[in-house]
Ligand binder design. Structure first.
Ligand code: DAH
Length: 364
């Protein structure tokens, strides 16, 4: 219908109709609007019906169809809005019902250490009574500390850019691929001679430390790999240190971490910075050794690399390998966390799902 045929006030009301509809904050307001547009007496629709009755015969058909269309339009829009407001009212009622004034108010959530940090603290706590302290090194490390000082040959695949994150345009700077460069830093420090001609190592007679921290490798993310993970490095330098010290210390530490029943085994292995080198496995606590996804059906999970310090890395730090010896180990924290908490997927430790973190990843 030509809108201009309608009385002015109805034209105006029709134009404002969408805004009036949206402005109805509750069902009462909507009912008032409904009355004004399509109510039985005096509404815009009622007046249009009166107009129609009074119209000349030949206009009736056309005018009637037009008035009906308009009325239908109003009715439909009113119905939709009514549905929305009814839903909102139900929601409010449900909320009001759920509110129990006797309940204590919600308390502010308290922050806590991440389960992986907790576990590293626990490892440190296991070693502290044995005389170990904590040493730190930077995550942005030099090739010299990360590789060269560890006797790692120039053509070793770990040096490649397929395995290691290098900083662009910063020669020799990388994200450390393990915590072992802390060994190099500490050895150089304790091997350096002071004004009295003595080194820190000679003055102290030995050193034991742990170096927990983040490390980075170009690994695809899967249930047992992540490009950022954590290690705890351990090292002891003294006189007459042998493989028996290494095995005794680690077997003790594993029982302290996993419980007195913890079962470990050592396998010969190769790392350029130790001789001899070994890997230590723990019997898979998830399946008890029967074989599962985490232990790749072998019943054992590799937890750390270790060995007696290679004479070269002592000599490179100015320490006489004929006098001094020691052992070192590097332990995967995520692996250990998975074992201790029986979590089959390390991604849970990085996804920050509060429900998981609140259980401390099972590490409490
Ligand atoms: N750095 C080695 C790695 O990330 C682990 C390791 C092996 C550390 C032998 C050591 C060691 O201190 O002696 O795979």
């Amino acid at each position: 219908m030509e809108l201009s045929l309608l009385p002015n006030d109805i034209q105006e009301a029709h134009r404002d109709f969408p805004a009036s509809l949206a402005g109805c904050a509750d069902l009462d307001a909507l009912m008032r609007l409904k009355g004004a547009f399509v109510g039985r007496d005096g509404s815009h629709a009622a007046r249009l019906m009166d107009l129609l009755k009074a119209a000349p015969k030949e206009q009736k058909r056309e005018l009637g169809a037009a008035v009906n269309t308009l009325k239908q339009q109003w009715e439909e829009a009113l119905k939709t809005r009514q549905g929305e407001l009814e839903q909102a009212r139900q929601r409010d009622a449900a909320l009001a019902k759920a509110w129990d004034p006797d309940l204590p108010p919600p308390l502010p959530t308290r922050g806590a250490l991440h389960p992986l940090n907790r576990l590293m603290e626990r490892m440190v706590d296991v070693f502290r009574p044995l005389g170990y302290h904590v040493e730190e090194g930077p995550e942005a490390e030099t090739e010299a500390h990360n590789f060269d000082g560890l006797n790692i040959p120039q053509d070793h695949p770990a040096r490649g850019s397929a395995d290691t994150f290098y900083f662009k345009g910063q020669d020799g700077l990388l994200l450390r691929t393990h915590t072992s460069p802390v060994q190099v830093r500490v050895l150089r420090r304790i091997g350096a001679r002071g004004a009295d001609g003595l080194s820190e190592l000679e003055r102290s007679g030995g050193i034991r430390f742990l170096a927990p921290g983040r490390v980075y490798r170009k690994d695809e993310i899967d249930p047992t790999h992540s490009p950022m993970f954590h290690q705890v490095e351990g090292m002891i330098v003294g006189k007459g240190i042998g493989m028996h010290h290494l095995k005794g210390t680690l077997a003790y530490a594993m029982k302290a971490l996993f419980g007195p029943g913890a079962d470990v085994r050592f396998r010969p292995s190769y790392f350029p910075f130790v001789e001899p080198g070994a890997e230590m496995d723990v019997r898979c606590p998830l399946c008890g050794g029967a074989g599962c996804r985490v232990c790749k059906s072998s019943g054992w999970v590799e937890l750390l690399g270790a060995g007696l310090l290679h004479p070269n890395i002592l000599a490179m730090a100015g320490i006489d390998p004929a006098v001094w010896s020691g052992f070192a180990f590097g332990m995967g924290v995520e692996r250990t966390a998975m074992m201790v908490s029986q979590t089959p997927d390390l991604r849970l430790f990085f996804e920050n799902d509060q429900r998981f973190l609140k259980t401390m990843g099972g590490l409490d």
